[in-house]
Every structure is written in structure tokens, then in C-alpha cells.
Design a protein around this ligand. Structure first.
Ligand SMILES: Cc1cc2nc3c(=O)[nH]c(=O)nc-3n(C[C@H](O)[C@H](O)[C@H](O)COP(=O)(O)OP(=O)(O)OC[C@H]3O[C@@H](n4cnc5c(N)ncnc54)[C@H](O)[C@@H]3O)c2cc1C
Ligand SMILES: *[C@@H]1O[C@H](CO)[C@@H](O)[C@H](O)[C@H]1NC(C)=O
Ligand SMILES: *[C@@H]1O[C@H](CO)[C@@H](O)[C@H](O)[C@H]1NC(C)=O
Ligand SMILES: *[C@@H]1O[C@H](CO)[C@@H](O)[C@H](O)[C@H]1NC(C)=O
Ligand SMILES: *[C@@H]1O[C@H](CO)[C@@H](O)[C@H](O)[C@H]1NC(C)=O
Ligand SMILES: *[C@@H]1O[C@H](CO)[C@@H](O)[C@H](O)[C@H]1NC(C)=O
Ligand SMILES: *[C@@H]1O[C@H](CO)[C@@H](O)[C@H](O)[C@H]1NC(C)=O
Length: 494
């Protein structure tokens, strides 16, 4: 009889493991959203759980999400995310895995416009650029670089943790593991405050830093330091994009995974339990009507925020209730204008002499954030960028749609204007706390990480984290979740 107790205890553990999934892989997984987050998580989930698990990906619009193209004059151009940092390791892997190629970089100079004149102009000569920065801003420029590099170096630790199978159940836990409380605090403190502290001058922040933040996030230097540092890293050059269009990564990953793409809007996730095991009912709507299906694992790979249709997305049957939909998103309008630039507006009466391909703006009351002379997504070997006196395709990014009078200011004349209206990035500061990836046992919110920083690679990192989190939870490998002091652990595991 004395032996019965440990036996029973062992049985209880086995039963608990079986209830939680045990050794059997999950049967069906739902992913809501087919942007880079949804496509990448489908791929990673299949890598971990094996090829037999069925993955349904729900998409209400088009595969790619914020990776999208628009056709102008028979060529396609990026209308959403345009380029990535060279150290975007997951994206680099995807491109290799899918046999895609990097798009050739067509050089062009950039400059920062203050409304009256150019505060900073890039030249063809690297040393002269450095000299100008030094002349104008002294050591601020170096201090900024060191600050950005330190953040990037710490952020890159995530790849090592992920390679060892470690996952995090919340954004705060993830950031803490990379850079302790200083990193977590960077999601609360402003770019300005952090940069002033390391000795960057206010003038450099106003002229240069704020122009870069406007260009990438449409927000000011009052935005949080973490997201700011990640976007400033992108301004250091070495950017790349995908030949044929960045969205090919999403469609490629979904095809490779043989995921079942369902064109429908998901409206609810409802908790059902059978024999102590959580099952999730995903309710969706399409032309045919309303329907639903049951899943072992659900990943929400789309942003949840107020003032959007995503707030119509409901969670039912959860106790405590899931009511983490907070904050709002920044609108950004991308206008692709095929026409002739009005170089006079920038102080160059003769368009032939206009030397820039890319213009950023400072915080002057400006109706646009950036203006770029862009290249199509397919570039042939003999391609050259259009000269400013020629009709070219310009990409204008602005917080509001451009009025005709504004277009007439920027362009001498134009053939066409096509616009994409985006809910582009979180409006940082509009939600007080960082969200969690784990909403319930096997219900995950991938875009939680967007509230720390929003970029294509960051979403790929979130996808890998969620796939690992689902896997570790499914097989009860709790040592691989929310571990502290990973730098040390990872070193000794090698
Ligand atoms: C104009 C612009 C420029 C940018 N530039 C860059 C850049 O240069 N570099 C960079 O790295 N990042 C850039 N970004 C940010 C980058 O695009 C995003 O961080 C990234 O693409 C987000 O991917 P995601 O998969 O998380 O979300 P999304 O791409 O938004 O995908 C979510 C998908 O879910 C779908 N969906 C939403 N709700 C539902 C529902 N209820 N049911 C079914 N489907 C649903 C949506 O239709 C969408 O396709 C830019 C963004 C914009 C808008
Ligand atoms: C982060 O902020 C908390 C609370 O505001 C503070 O106690 C802590 O010292 C800060 N950490 C760092 C490294 O700045
Ligand atoms: C553009 O490039 C992609 C990827 O290399 C290729 O699949 C596609 O056929 C190309 N399209 C054109 C019009 O050349
Ligand atoms: C589908 O469900 C929504 C609520 O989610 C409801 O408003 C709508 O009427 C339903 N449509 C059909 C065709 O049943
Ligand atoms: C909500 O959805 C409707 C139709 O599906 C669309 O017209 C509208 O622009 C959307 N609004 C937002 C804020 O996304
Ligand atoms: C979503 O909910 C908002 C109110 O919260 C409503 O105005 C809007 O019409 C709803 N959209 C859809 C597509 O049902
Ligand atoms: C071009 O810019 C100049 C200077 O801002 C302005 O006077 C002019 O009206 C603009 N438009 C055209 C079509 O030249």
C-alpha cells in the first residue's frame, strides 16, 4: 500500500501531461493574419511540431499585410514596408530558404529639409559626410552611433536565445532578458531624454534624429527610446529589400508550409474545454456567411487596438476575461506619384541640378514626412534611377491624405497618384503597459512585440518566440520559458 502514493502521483503527472498535450502533437492550429508575422509563425510552428499538423491561416485582406505593392505605369512598387537592416537575420534566412534574391541597391543621395533649406545633405564622398556631421554637430553624432549600437548588440542576443529554444510569455520578460531593467525602461523613456543623457545635443536631436523618426514612425523624439533606437539603426545604411517585392517572403513561407489560407475575417475566439484540455473555437465571416472551427492552438498575428475594426474581435468564455485591447495606431498615407518634381520648392529652380533621391523633413509644420524617388521591385541589370528632370515615381509619406494644392506644390505636373492608407505603427504612449504574448494556455498574441518596436524583422522575432512558446508549453518544457540570466545559461550550454 505504501507504494500506491507515488504511483498515483506519477499517474496524476502523466494524466496532466496527457491533458496538456502529452507526446501527441497538436492536430490543428489557427493563425489570424497573413502578414510577415502570420506567415513566419506558420513556418516556425511547422518546423517545431512537424509537417503533420494542419495550419489554417485566416486573412481578411491580402497575403503580405503591411508588405504590399502598387502598380504604376506597368511596374510594381513597394507601398508598405520598403527595406530592412542588414542584420535582420530571420528575414535573411527566409530569403535564402525561399530562393529569393536581394534587390540591387540603386544609389541615391538623401537630405534633410527644414522647410526653408537643407539642414543636412549627403554627398557622394563618405569622408565628407563624416566631416560635415562633425562640423555641424560635433561629438553628438558619435554618441548617437554608440547608443544605437549598444541597443542593437543587446537586441541581437535574442537570436542566440531562440536558437537554444528559449521563449518568453510577455514583452517585458523578453526585453528584460536582453538588457535587464534598462531595456524595459527604454519603452517608457523618450528618445530625447535618453539621448540628452548620453550627451547628444538638442540641436542634433531636432535636426537629424527627429527627421529619421518622422520618416520611419511618423512620430517625434518624444516617442519611446527603444523603438526609436531600432529605427535609427535602420538609418545607418546597409538596407536591403527583396527582388520582386518584399511580400514574396509571406506568400513563399505560406506555400512552403502548405498552410491552408482562408479568406475571412476572424471575429471571435471562444474557449471550450473537453476533458480538461483547452480547445479554441475561431469564429469567422466571409462572403459565404459566418462559420467557425475548433483548434488546439491559436495565434493572433494582427495588431489589436482600440478605434479599429479589430476591437470588434471578441474573446468569449475566458475567465478571467481577456480584455487587453488598448491603445491606438498611427495613420500613415503612402502616395505614389508619377510625375515631375517641383525642385523649386526645395530651392533648386533648375531640376537638372537637384541632387537628391530621398528627402526627410524636420518637425516644421510640414504636410509630408518623406519624399523618395523610388525604383520598381524588379530591377534589370541596366536599370538606372530616373533623373529629377524626368518623370519619375515618387513615394510621399504623410500623416494625412495630400490635397491637390499640396501635390501641386511638390510636383510641377503628374500623370497619376495612387495611395495606400495604413494603420502603420502603434501610437507609442497610447497604452500604459506592455502586452503579453500568452493570452491563455495555447492562445497567443504575436503583435504584442510591436508595442516595443514595429518592424518586419521584429515581427519575425516575435513569430519565432510565439512558435517556441507554443511548443514549450505543449510539451511542458517549462525550463525553456521566461528564464532569467540567459546570457550565462546559453554560454554554459555551448
Ligand atoms: C508605410 C509603412 C512603411 C513601413 N516601413 C518599414 C520599413 O521600411 N522597414 C520595416 O522593417 N518595417 C516597416 N514598416 C512596418 C512593418 O510593415 C510592420 O511592422 C510589419 O509588416 C507588420 O507585420 P505583421 O504581420 O505583424 O502585421 P500586418 O502586416 O499588419 O499583418 C496582419 C494581417 O492580419 C490581417 N488581419 C487583421 N485582422 C484580421 C482578422 N480579424 N481576420 C483576418 N485577418 C486579419 C490583416 O489584413 C493583415 O494582412 C512599415 C509600415 C508601413 C505601414
Ligand atoms: C528602471 O526604472 C525603474 C523604475 O522607474 C528604476 O527603479 C530602475 O533603476 C531603472 N533601471 C535602470 C537600469 O535605469
Ligand atoms: C520580378 O522578380 C520576381 C522574383 O525574382 C520574379 O518571380 C518575377 O517574375 C519578376 N517579374 C518581372 C515582371 O520581371
Ligand atoms: C455574422 O455574425 C455577425 C456577428 O459577429 C452578425 O452581425 C451577422 O449578422 C452574421 N451574419 C450572418 C450572415 O449570419
Ligand atoms: C473597418 O472596416 C470597414 C469595412 O470592412 C472599412 O471600410 C474601414 O475602413 C475599416 N476601418 C478601420 C479603422 O480599419
Ligand atoms: C466595429 O465596431 C465599431 C464600434 O466599436 C463600429 O463602429 C464598426 O462599425 C464595427 N465594424 C464592423 C466591421 O463591424
Ligand atoms: C513649385 O514651388 C514653388 C516654390 O515653392 C511655388 O512657387 C510653385 O507654385 C510650385 N509649383 C509649380 C507648379 O511650380
Amino acid at each position: 500500500m505504501a507504494r500506491a502514493v507515488p504511483l498515483l502521483a506519477a499517474l496524476a503527472v502523466l494524466l496532466a501531461a496527457a491533458a496538456a498535450g502529452g507526446d501527441a502533437p497538436p492536430g490543428k492550429i489557427a493563425v489570424v493574419g497573413a502578414g510577415i508575422g502570420g506567415s513566419a509563425v506558420a513556418h516556425f510552428l511547422q518546423q517545431h511540431f512537424g509537417p503533420r499538423v494542419q495550419i489554417d491561416v485566416y486573412e481578411k485582406w491580402t497575403v503580405g499585410g503591411r508588405l504590399a505593392t502598387i502598380s504604376v505605369n506597368k511596374q510594381h512598387y513597394e507601398s508598405g514596408a520598403a527595406s530592412f537592416h542588414s542584420l535582420s537575420l530571420h528575414m535573411q534566412d527566409f530569403v535564402k530558404l525561399l530562393g529569393l534574391r536581394h534587390r540591387r541597391e540603386v544609389v541615391g543621395r538623401s537630405a534633410i529639409f527644414s522647410g526653408e533649406h537643407f539642414v543636412l545633405e549627403e554627398t557622394d564622398w563618405y569622408l565628407l559626410n563624416l566631416f560635415r556631421l562633425w562640423w555641424h554637430y560635433g561629438i553628438s553624432f558619435l554618441r548617437l552611433q554608440m547608443w544605437v549600437e549598444e541597443v542593437m548588440e543587446k537586441f541581437m542576443r535574442i537570436y542566440k536565445y531562440q536558437a537554444h529554444g528559449y521563449a518568453f510569455s510577455g514583452v517585458e520578460e523578453l526585453l528584460y532578458s536582453l538588457g535587464e531593467s534598462a531595456f524595459v525602461n527604454m519603452t517608457q523613456r523618450s528618445v530625447t531624454e535618453s539621448l540628452l543623457q548620453v550627451g547628444v545635443t538638442q540641436r542634433f536631436i531636432d535636426d537629424v534624429v527627429s527627421a529619421v523618426l518622422r520618416a520611419s514612425y511618423g512620430q517625434s523624439a518624444a516617442m519611446p527610446a527603444f523603438a526609436g533606437a531600432m529605427s535609427l539603426a535602420g538609418a545607418q545604411g546597409n538596407l536591403w529589400s527583396v527582388e520582386g517585392g518584399n511580400k514574396l517572403v509571406c506568400s513563399g513561407l505560406l506555400k512552403l508550409t502548405k498552410a491552408n489560407v482562408i479568406h475571412a475575417t476572424v471575429t471571435s475566439v471562444t474557449l471550450h474545454s473537453t476533458e480538461g484540455k483547452a480547445l479554441y473555437q475561431v469564429g469567422y465571416e466571409n462572403e459565404v456567411g459566418n462559420s467557425s472551427d475548433l483548434y488546439d492552438i491559436v495565434v493572433i498575428a494582427a495588431p489589436l487596438y482600440l478605434d479599429s475594426n479589430s476591437s470588434n474581435f471578441t474573446f468569449e468564455g475566458f475567465n478571467p476575461p481577456i480584455d487587453d485591447v488598448q491603445g491606438s495606431f498611427q495613420t500613415s498615407i503612402v502616395s505614389l506619384v508619377h510625375g515631375y518634381l517641383n525642385s523649386s520648392y526645395f530651392g533648386f529652380p533648375d531640376p537638372k541640378l537637384f541632387p537628391f533621391a530621398s528627402i526627410l523633413t524636420t518637425d516644421f509644420p510640414s504636410f509630408f514626412c518623406t519624399l523618395d524617388n523610388i525604383c520598381p521591385v524588379n530591377i534589370s541589370a541596366n536599370f538606372r534611377r530616373k533623373q529629377p528632370q524626368e518623370a519619375a515615381v515618387w513615394r510621399v509619406q504623410s500623416p494625412k491624405p495630400l490635397f491637390r494644392t499640396q501635390l501641386k506644390t511638390l510636383f510641377r505636373s503628374y500623370y497619376s497618384v495612387q495611395t495606400a492608407e495604413w494603420k502603420a505603427h502603434p501610437l507609442y504612449g497610447s497604452r500604459p503597459t506592455l502586452p503579453r504574448f500568452a493570452l491563455h494556455d495555447q492562445l497567443f498574441y504575436l503583435n504584442a512585440l510591436e508595442w516595443a518596436a514595429s518592424s518586419v524583422e521584429v515581427m519575425a522575432v516575435a513569430a519565432k518566440n510565439v512558435a517556441l512558446l507554443a511548443y514549450n508549453r505543449w510539451y511542458q518544457d517549462l525550463d525553456k520559458i521566461d528564464q532569467k540570466d540567459l546570457m550565462h545559461k546559453v554560454k554554459t550550454e555551448l
